[in-house]
Ligand binder design. Structure first.
Ligand SMILES: [Zn+2]
Length: 93
């Protein structure tokens, strides 16, 4: 294509003219790339939460079991395992 400002022939995907430096009107693609970076960051945060939260739950459950609070301890351990399985199912889909 040609620059709208100076008429210089420039690559079709050029964001700015190589000769005069004016914007060509081609959308700047790094913006969506940043967005996908954020979503992959969210995926990582979700994955960490998915792995760590049930482990924290398991530890709390084991502490409760150690303090002879069998009912509460087993409940927390079972909930931790269920949430772990659910998170892994969500992340795997
Ligand atoms: Zn130009």
């Amino acid at each position: 294509m040609f620059c709208r400002s100076c008429g210089e022939e420039i690559p079709n995907d050029a964001v700015v003219c190589v000769k005069c430096g004016r914007a060509t009107g081609v959308p700047i693609w790094p913006a969506p790339a940043v967005k996908s970076g954020e979503s992959s960051g969210l995926m990582i945060a979700g994955f960490i939460t998915a792995v760590l939260a049930p482990i924290a739950g398991l530890i709390i459950g084991i502490i409760l079991l150690a303090k002879s609070k069998i009912g509460a301890g087993l409940g927390v351990v079972i909930l931790s395992i269920i949430s772990w399985v659910l998170w892994l199912a969500i992340l795997a889909s």
